[in-house]
Design a protein around this ligand. Structure first.
Ligand code: DQA
Length: 145
C-alpha cells in the first residue's frame, strides 16, 4: 500500500513556526515515527511552498498510489488549481490540518479543496495525519479502473 503525505507552504517550518499553534515537533521526527509504526506501508513525503509543484505532485502519483494525505496549508483556502487537481486524479485525498481551522480566522473556515476530498481532519495536531493514514489502512481503497 502506497501513501503519499503532502505538505504545502510554510509547513517545512514545523517545530519552529508559531509553536503555540503548530507545536514543537518537526515533521521529519513525526514522519520517522510514523514509518516505524506502520512498517508495511510504503510512505512517501513531499513538501513544497510552490502551488504548481504541489499540483505536479498530485498528477504524478494520483493514478498509482492508494491514498494521499494532504495539508495544503494556506492554499487550502485559496487554490482552485489544487482543488481541480484533486478532482482530476483517481487516488483519494484526505485533507488534514494541524490546527483547528474553525477556531481561527474566518478566512480559514473556507476550504476550496474539501469537496473533492473524501474527508477532512482538523485540529488534532500531527495526529490528524496519523488518523488519515489509519483510515486508508482500514478502508483499503484499491486503485480500480
Ligand atoms: C494549516 C492551517 C492553515 O490555515 C494555515 O495556513 C497553515 C496550516 C494547519 O495545518 O493547521 O499553513 O493548514
Amino acid at each position: 500500500m502506497k501513501i503519499l503525505i503532502i505538505n504545502g507552504p510554510n509547513l517545512n517550518l514545523l517545530g519552529k513556526r508559531e509553536p503555540s499553534i503548530y507545536g514543537h515537533a518537526s515533521f521529519d521526527d513525526f514522519f520517522t515515527d510514523l514509518k516505524a509504526t506502520y512498517p508495511s506501508i510504503d510512505f512517501e513525503y513531499y513538501q513544497s511552498n510552490v502551488e504548481g509543484e504541489l499540483i505536479n505532485k498530485l498528477h504524478e502519483v494520483g493514478f498509482s498510489y492508494d491514498g494521499i494525505v494532504m495539508n495544503a496549508g494556506a492554499y487550502t483556502h485559496t487554490s482552485i488549481g489544487i482543488s481541480d487537481a484533486i478532482a482530476g486524479i483517481k487516488t483519494p485525498v484526505i485533507e488534514v490540518h494541524i490546527s483547528n481551522v474553525y477556531a481561527r480566522e474566518e478566512y480559514r473556515h473556507i476550504s476550496l479543496m474539501a469537496k473533492n476530498c473524501i474527508g477532512v481532519i482538523t485540529g488534532l495536531g500531527l495526529n490528524s495525519y496519523q488518523l488519515a493514514v489509519e483510515y486508508f489502512i482500514s478502508n483499503v481503497i484499491a486503485n480500480e479502473e
